[in-house]
Design a protein around this ligand. Structure first.
Ligand SMILES: Cc1cc2nc3c(=O)[nH]c(=O)nc-3n(C[C@H](O)[C@H](O)[C@H](O)COP(=O)(O)O)c2cc1C
Length: 152
């Protein structure tokens, strides 16, 4: 789903912030809170309104036929994850910026975007150009040797 309607973006922001506020204030473990501290994030998500577009990716663990019969889809998590990675790479190639955003839980997106229950919100990507003077956390990436084993 691609959303640029300002009123709908505001609804998405308000619903996401409501879930994130509960997550930050009640659901989050101390360990998770410590892990996020260097990123400087909190429950406020103004980018959900300032980004020109919001792209919401849904996973479909099963299809429902006209007769109501369910058909299981396989490797859904893997396939959707790969597709999201390719989408983010394509955005970067176009000089656009995004943030992989996963407000939890994300069921409010089914309601606001009128998507059926066999579609599960997977990732929400605000898309646009970086704001002037935008900064990102100084995060180190692992080296190739830390992530690859060559043969045995
Ligand atoms: C699956 C996934 C979910 C994420 N969810 C959130 C999120 O809910 N909120 C947030 O601020 N960042 C989220 N992030 C973004 C990470 O903070 C970000 O990927 C990380 O800081 C590395 O930065 P980079 O993606 O620019 O390399 C998520 C990243 C991934 C891969």
């Amino acid at each position: 789903m691609a959303v640029d309607d300002p009123a709908l973006k505001r609804e998405i922001r308000e619903a996401a912030e409501e879930e994130e506020k509960t997550t930050y204030e009640e659901r989050m473990s101390d360990e998770w809170r410590e892990a996020l501290a260097p990123l400087g994030t909190d429950w406020r998500k103004p980018f959900l309104e300032t980004a020109p577009w919001l792209v919401v990716c849904f996973a479909k663990p099963y299809d429902v036929g006209d007769d109501g019969d369910k058909t299981t889809n396989y490797y859904v998590q893997e396939s959707v994850g790969i597709a999201c990675g390719m989408f983010i790479t394509a955005l970067h190639h176009m000089g656009l910026a995004t943030l992989t955003h996963t407000p939890a839980p994300m069921g409010f997106l089914n309601e606001l975007l009128e998507r059926p229950s066999n579609e599960r919100p997977y990732i929400l990507c605000p898309v646009g150009y970086p704001a002037d003077g935008a900064t990102v956390p100084d995060i180190e990436k692992k080296s190739l040797d830390e992530i690859v084993q060559w043969n045995r």
